[in-house]
Design a protein around this ligand. Structure first.
Ligand code: NAD
Length: 356
């Protein structure tokens, strides 16, 4: 690919109705990209996309309800649209669920990615931004981890993300027309400042911030803190939380820079500062103006003590720097919870999406 190729303009977003995907759609629409969404709504709802359009003041080009493993349906989307690049969010993402249903995770995350790659290949689309995770580092910490850290995935979810990375790296090695940016997120949290978009997973949330929001709102009695005997400053697990708005800005920058150099590029996305569960709990209580009750519980299988990013490589590459703090994440997550006490349920309906 030549350096002067135009910046991609039509972007297919898989998992575009999900937490990070929906915020990414707003960011891309705001910056002039045409957006096509595919999602099977296994962990989201179609009405999210109405809110995306309301915030952006623009329409999503087309929405398809499909499973990314459905090759024929996916191929039909590429037949209909002149896709320049893909941002691939669609995946299963719960560590604990992956321990119970490993095959489902390999099938959806790895099988879904190879199905997508095949459709892209058949339609001459070679630019991809891939959602990876700090989970691939596993027990590699403590201390800030840069991208040269040897991955040691500790559960099937993490292993499925690492397998995707290996497939993508190998495709890039063998086919010079491919450019793949693989973003290893640490812990995206928070919500859109409008309060219209946020994290509303189906069932009991696995991630800390939505669990805190539910307890603060009185939907659950107390927060279970999994593990108080980790070798950390207060015994609870440390993670590097990053505002979802900063997270999606990095995706837009990745797309802006996709034509810079072919091959696989791996970047960490994090603040570079870790917060323990008890520190996040204190910050959330402050934002919500109420004490969030909690109780200690045993460690969750598959969890690790500490994961903190060294994200200097992405700053060097594109000048990306997170602008928002943990307090901002808590404030925005709480605003979303207050304005949407039942999540997206019962909110504005989107017309039935097109099906392939
Ligand atoms: N949220 C985090 O803390 C975090 C951290 C690291 C990496 N990631 C990765 O980021 C990506 C997005 O995460 P998220 O938090 O927005 O999750 P999410 O569950 O909110 O979004 C994923 C979306 O993909 C859809 N989807 C799932 N399986 C599908 C399939 N087979 N076909 C079509 N659509 C499907 C879901 O319905 C959902 O809308 C995932 O790949 C996840 O592994 C997330």
């Amino acid at each position: 690919m030549a350096r002067n190729d135009p910046v991609p303009s039509t972007v297919l977003v898989t998992g575009g109705a999900g937490f990070i995907g929906s915020h990414a759609c707003v960011e891309l629409l705001d910056h002039g990209y045409e957006v096509i969404v595919v999602d099977n709504y296994s962990n989201s709802a179609p009405q999210v996309l109405t809110r995306v359009e309301r915030i952006a003041g623009r329409f999503v080009g087309a929405v398809y309800e499909l499973d990314i493993r459905d090759r024929r349906a996916l191929s039909a989307v590429f037949d209909r649209h002149d896709v320049d690049a893909v941002v691939h969010f669609a995946a299963l993402k719960s560590v604990s669920d992956s321990l119970r249903r490993p095959v489902e995770y390999y099938d959806t995350n790895v099988g879904g990615t190879t199905a997508l790659l095949r459709a892209m290949h058949e339609h001459g689309v070679h630019r991809l931004v891939f959602s990876s995770s700090c989970a691939v580092y596993g027990e590699a910490g403590p201390g800030p981890l840069d991208e040269t850290t040897v991955p040691r995935p500790a559960n099937p979810y993490a292993a499925s993300k690492r397998l995707c990375e290996e497939v993508l790296a190998d495709v890039c090695r063998r086919r010079p027309e491919y450019t793949v940016v693989c973003l290893r997120y640490f812990n995206p949290a928070g919500a859109h400042p409008s309060g219209l978009l946020g994290e509303d997973p189906r069932g009991t949330p696995d991630n800390l911030m939505p669990r805190l929001a539910q307890v603060a709102a009185g939907h659950q009695e107390f927060l279970r803190v999994f593990g108080d005997d980790y070798p950390t400053r207060d015994g609870t697990a440390i993670r590097d939380y990053l505002h979802v708005m900063d997270t999606v800005e990095a995706h837009r920058l990745a797309l802006d820079h996709l034509t810079d150099a072919p091959g696989m590029h791996v970047y960490n996305l994090g603040l570079g500062r870790g917060s323990s569960v008890l520190e996040v709990l204190a910050a959330f209580s402050e934002a919500a103006g109420r004490t969030v009750p909690y109780a200690m519980a045993p460690r969750r299988p598959g969890d690790v003590a500490e994961l903190v990013a060294d994200a200097t490589a992405v700053t060097r590459a594109w000048g990306w720097r997170p602008a928002l703090t943990l307090a901002d994440m808590c404030r925005d997550a709480w605003r979303f919870q207050r304005l949407n006490p039942r999540g997206y349920a019962g909110s504005d309906r989107r017309p039935k999406p097109k099906e392939c």
